[in-house]
Design a binder for this molecule. Structure first.
Ligand SMILES: [Zn+2]
Length: 530
């Protein structure tokens, strides 16, 4: 089996600053890539920006910028954000990249020649904000966009159409034959019932504005943004370039996962596979569709002011806490609610108390009782034996959850191991063993704590980027002892450890005050749009 793995975020739409929601998706992909790397995969991670369309043109105009100047600024800002969050992508694609533009023109042309695209007239509803066409029944009598709730406009113009209906049965059959195509199951069911409701041909060109990729055969028209954007997943692999080895390696001979939020499920579960069928490219990807992060219970939106940007949390509690929080609460099938207080409580409980404390306590006990040199003493102590068993089964759960993209549960599995390690301290009471002079059992306990911390840190590597490095240094472990595929629990002969220079996660002592400061900071950050 080939071990090539390709993971993508959606290319975010270039209409403003990226908030916690998009940041959580990108952190998800980055962490997942790091996990697959730990499993020995050759990985590729791509993110980028979707830069064409009427809405971008409008936003640029409002700022007295050309669309290109405007998207250049946004791209720079996105790249800086991903660097700040240590999201280690292999490629940042922009739909204004000349290679992408050229390939889209060729792809459109091919669809036209296949007779999947024809010239007609569009007369109907359009939401500029979502860049989406809607039918009469979808907008209702109020003429409201079913996706964003804004007023839709009527559009009457010559337009090229894609014959979606032609592929309806083939797509249903494909989904039936590939039960893991869309995860989770509930999202798949949504897609299937939508397709069964009947697919209408899709307008795939616009001629009333200029900011897009012109058609080769009819340059008055620009390509519909979604047809343009979806193909980034292929053009980012140099699909139609002379050297398309990346395409062959990752798309044809690897595993691909597109990570998307539920508002763009339909595009990725219906349009995208059909577009691929149209140009004879295998539908060789899995779609993981997650839900939303709600801010204080509502959809994040700049207009209501309840938007939170990652910087607000990172500058207070560090990068690791941010990545940890958004993935620990990652919205799988249901929306997740983020509030500043919940963030602080999660931080104080899980990172400060549970994990951070475990590490510092254990290192000080190793120093106090054994001068920081702890040997691997075998023991038939029942607490220790139970602990070893628990650790093994919970690691299995971790991998199972990761295979299902349940990253929130996977982090819970690691937390369970941490909690169980803390429990071993309560059960065996090292300070009492020391008093009793039972140094043999004491050394075995401390050894087990240290090795558990090593294993927990290996499991945390994709999430806690900075602190796991610090812990590995304090534990003085070799690279070969950081291998997720060869954890070898409780076999390392001896630990010669150091101490932490400062707490891994400093406690937030006044959550209420901190919460209020965060709310003020949110307002400040809101003013910093470009
Ligand atoms: Zn809309």
């Amino acid at each position: 089996m080939s071990k090539n793995f390709y993971i993508t975020t959606p290319i975010y739409y270039a209409s403003g600053r990226l908030h916690l929601g998009s940041a959580s998706s990108t952190c998800f992909c980055d962490s997942y890539k790091r996990y697959m790397k730990q499993l020995g995969y050759d990985t590729r991670f791509m993110t980028g920006l979707d830069e064409h369309g009427q809405k971008v043109e409008k936003k640029a105009l409002e700022r007295n910028l050309t669309p290109q100047e405007y998207t250049d600024k946004l791209a720079e800002r996105a790249i800086n954000l991903w660097k700040y969050l240590k999201c280690d992508y292999d490629k940042f694609i922009r739909t204004t990249d000349p290679e992408h533009v050229k390939e889209i023109q060729l792809i459109f042309d091919k669809m036209l020649k296949n007779d999947d695209i024809y010239l007609g007239e569009y007369d109907g509803w359009y939401c500029v904000s979502c860049e989406t066409f809607f039918t009469n029944s979808e907008v209702g009598e109020e003429h409201i966009c079913p996706s964003c709730g804004k007023k839709v406009t009527t559009v009457k113009e010559k337009s090229y159409f894609f014959r979606l209906s032609k592929y309806q049965d083939r797509l249903l059959k494909f989904i039936e034959d590939n039960p893991d195509f869309i995860k989770p199951e509930v999202k798949k069911n949504e897609v299937v019932s939508f397709i069964k409701g009947g697919l209408e041909d899709l307008s795939v060109s616009r001629s009333t504005f200029k900011w897009g990729i012109p058609l080769l055969n009819d340059p008055k028209h620009v390509v519909y943004v979604w047809l343009d954007a979806l193909f980034n997943y292929l053009t980012g692999l140099n699909f139609l370039e002379e050297d398309n080895s990346l395409y062959k390696k990752y798309w044809l001979n690897g595993k691909t996962v597109h990570v998307v939020a539920k508002d763009i499920l339909r595009f990725h579960a219906i349009f995208w596979p059909i577009f691929l069928m149209s140009i004879d490219v295998p539908v060789n990807y899995q779609l993981f569709c997650h839900s939303w992060f709600l801010m204080m219970g509502e959809k994040m939106s700049k207009s209501t002011g309840n938007v939170i940007y990652p910087e607000t949390f990172v500058k207070r509690y560090g990068l690791d806490s941010f990545r940890y929080y958004v993935l620990r609460n990652f919205p799988y099938a249901q929306d997740a609610v983020c509030t500043p207080l919940d963030y602080i409580q999660t931080y104080n409980t899980e990172l400060v108390n549970d994990f951070g404390n475990l590490v510092s306590r254990t290192l000080s006990m190793a120093s106090k009782y054994f001068n920081s040199k702890v040997r691997n003493i075998k023991s038939d102590n029942e607490y220790i034996l139970n602990f070893e068993k628990f650790l093994e089964s919970e690691i299995e759960n971790y991998h199972k959850d990761m295979a299902e993209y349940k990253i929130n549960n996977a982090l819970k599995d690691i937390n369970n191991i941490v909690a169980r390690t803390n429990k071993l301290i309560d059960e065996t009471m090292p300070w009492a063993l020391y008093k009793e002079g039972n140094l043999e059992l004491l050394e075995s306990v401390i050894y087990h704590l240290l090795d558990a911390i090593r294993i927990e840190s290996i499991l945390y590597v994709p999430y806690l980027i900075d602190s796991t490095e610090v812990i590995f240094k304090s534990l003085n472990v070799k690279d070969s002892e950081k291998d997720l595929c060869n954890l070898n629990p409780f076999t390392k002969e001896v630990y010669e450890v150091g101490m932490l220079e400062k707490p891994l996660f400093p406690r937030e002592n006044d959550p209420e005050k901190a919460k209020n400061e965060i709310l003020v900071d949110m307002e400040e950050e809101l003013k910093k749009d470009i």
